[in-house]
Design a protein around this ligand. Structure first.
Ligand SMILES: Nc1ncnc2c1ncn2[C@@H]1O[C@H](COP(=O)(O)OP(=O)(O)OP(=O)(O)O)[C@@H](O)[C@H]1O
Ligand SMILES: [Mg+2]
Length: 395
């Protein structure tokens, strides 16, 4: 019997989760190199893990599915926040840790009693790496302790103490792996620079998704609600998402909801158009208002800023940064003109200022001036806005 519309809509909400990390390995796609590295690190004595990358690329999802990879490893995950300290994060990690040990008594009437073991921090104010090592020396199981959103902690001492903890666990305790996760371009940004840590840390960089991975999210999930998708629509979803799985989920969720509600078997352009509008209105307020400031025009006419921002979003590169040369090439194509890079330097400079939403940031690389979107997800949002304004005809 055909699954009812309500049931399919329910399934869509489960498989497309734009705002929540993946919880189940069956919905997780790609990232094979990163998964292999995590496995190796957990299995290797004295190795710990730092997972880093841009906002929204899938770091938490990666950490969540790790627990399904190992049968005999207990995993504890702590999500850190701004006001956390070394003490509060370890308090939370230990309060989530519970082991049950079967305690066999000996004698004439042997019996098996289950003993529950919990971990506690000592009662003093100033907790050190040594204290953590002491508590963890009572643990016989293999454990993975994950500290997600570590970059959000503002207390600088926590970073130093965590680096010390990793070092001392690496030297003395081999059944515990620590995994630090955060938005960063490198390990030093998360933990500070400690050359003694290099040997004991496996660095796992999570880049934006490649096109194959984005297609997989679509292809793995649509059959679960008996839907197909027009090839050009799938191509556009992957192109607009720009490597951010959040936008693949968002566009798939709304387009498949409409297709199912209309009783259609294939997602088409009209479904996509609606999904783009819905995705724009469900994007975060900070992105929406930054974009509006960036392209605002005093005389209601389309201005140069709109084309410059769009050109920036279309640059294809493995790195976040781009130069004015990169922008002008695309800008000239979009406007069918032949301008020199200097023509848009004013716009690029203004887009780094508050009055233009500060949607770009400036960096200098090897003496060359570069730019990047301040919020990397803006790249996808700009493409959606342009699609909405042109009904996808210019893209
Ligand atoms: N491997 C994956 N397969 C399918 N969907 C994914 C995958 N990784 C991430 N996603 C989806 O992408 C979105 C962002 O994922 P996630 O929250 O894990 O990213 P993050 O890097 O932790 O983000 P943040 O920097 O905001 O903490 C979510 O909608 C999630 O469901
Ligand atoms: Mg996360």
């Amino acid at each position: 019997m055909e699954t009812k519309i309500e049931e399919k809509l329910q399934i869509i909400n489960e498989i497309f989760s734009p705002s929540a990390p993946i919880e189940s390995i069956s919905l997780f796609v790609g990232r094979t190199a990163q998964v292999t590295k995590i496995k190796e690190a957990v299995e290797e004595r004295g190795q710990h893990i730092v997972t880093f990358g841009s906002r929204g690329v899938g770091k938490t999802s990666l950490a969540n599915i790790v627990r399904d990879l190992f049968k005999n490893v207990s995993t504890v995950k702590v999500t850190c926040n701004r006001s956390d300290t070394f003490r509060t994060i370890w308090d939370r990690a230990f309060s989530k840790t519970k082991f049950v040990i079967s305690d066999k008594t000996v004698g004439f009437n042997p019996s098996v009693k289950d003993q529950v073991i919990r971990l506690y921090l000592p009662e003093k104010e100033d907790i050190t790496a040594h204290d953590i090592e002491e508590v963890l020396s009572d643990v016989y199981n293999t454990m993975l302790i994950v500290f997600d959103e570590f970059d959000s902690i503002s207390d600088p001492e926590t970073r130093i103490k965590m680096a010390d903890t990793i070092k001392s666990l690496s030297d003395n305790i081999f059944n515990i792996t620590i995994m630090i996760i955060g938005i960063a371009d490198n390990v030093d940004e998360l933990l500070g620079h400690h050359s003694s840590l290099e040997r004991c840390i496996k660095q796992i960089y999570v880049p934006i998704m490649n096109a194959d991975e984005s297609y997989q999210i679509i292809e793995n999930n649509l059959p679960l609600v008996s839907l197909k998708i027009e090839k050009d629509v799938a191509d556009r979803i992957v192109e607009y998402a720009s490597g951010f799985p959040h936008y693949v989920h968002l566009l798939c969720k709304y387009s498949s909801q409409l297709a199912i509600t209309e009783g259609k078997k294939t997602i088409n352009h009209e479904h996509l158009n609606w999904a783009v509008d819905e995705s724009i209105s469900n994007s975060s307020q900070s992105i929406v208002s930054a974009y509006h400031l960036a392209v605002k025009s005093s005389n209601r006419k389309k201005n140069q800023f709109e084309d410059v921002v769009y050109a920036c979003s279309l640059i294809e590169s493995n790195t976040r940064e781009f130069s004015s040369d990169d922008v002008i090439k695309i800008y000239n194509k979009l406007t069918a003109s032949e301008n020199k890079p200097e023509t848009i330097n004013y716009n690029l400079g203004m887009l780094c200022k508050e009055e233009r939403g500060e949607i770009l940031i400036k960096t200098v690389q090897a003496g060359e001036q570069k730019y990047a979107f301040k919020n990397p997800l803006m790249k996808a949002f700009v493409k959606l806005k342009v699609h909405a304004e042109t009904n996808g005809e210019n893209q």
